[in-house]
Design a protein around this ligand. Sequence first.
Ligand SMILES: [Mg+2]
Length: 302
Amino acid sequence: MKHMRERTIFLADCQSFYASIEKADHPGCKNKPVAVAGDPARRSGIILAACPIAKSFGVTTAERLGEALRKCPELVVMRPRMQHYIDVSLMITDIYREYTDLVEVFSIDEQFLDVSGSLHLFQGDPIAMARSIQQKVLAQTGVWIRIGISSNKMLAKLATDIWAKKNESGLYVLPSANVPAALWPQPIPKMFGVGSRMAAHFTRLGMYQIGDIARTPLPVLKEKFRARFGKQSDIQAEVMWRTANGLDDSPVTPRTFDAAPKSVSHMMTLPRDYAEPGEIDTIFLGINIKICVHKAKKPLIA
Ligand SMILES: [Mg+2]
């Protein structure tokens, strides 16, 4: 086994990305509930993003506009400007690249950063570095980012989703040594790659918390999976077991896509042609988000 030194990985997530951009561009709406909807003229349009004020009225992403207006009649509804959101996403990626060249676009509003090689510039203090990034993004784009910090991508993502998003600071460090204390008491549906169906399977296996998976010896978990899903399920059992134990050695990889931009336009109406790999990344990941929203499932780490 090759020796792996402990890495420092950030997952930076933009809060209410599309809505935050619209609010930054419309200062008059600063204290108003704002949502971006697919087709503001039709009440059957879908909410793509809602600002925190709108969310406090119960407005949620992916619900119908009519439903949102029923909860919040004063909702300011804006038409999406995808090109602009892509541009802001690329601008944010450029800010991250001032801190490390290892930036992986995970979706239009989420990116992984491996800062292991540059953390010494902040005296090895990941919170100081994360705060610097957060303030720079806020000053330049008006978007508030939350950063989960850990030793791998999966734990960084969990640190963001479970803790950093709820922290006033928007920052949270999850040391890998804290996995049993922090991660294991969490309900299984909070685990990566676990949708409602898989969660129901675990319930039937008598497993409710992430620790119930983590503490099951892998050969036993494989047996339980085989009994439910057949003998093809060994890999899935191992993925679940590794995830529950906080294990993930996948690198932060600055992504490039070879696919021709034209093939994208079959699936999504784009404001213009795209050639830059970074732009194509963002569009693909934007599509990925839409599919995930449609299925009401969280995107998986590749
Ligand atoms: Mg987000």
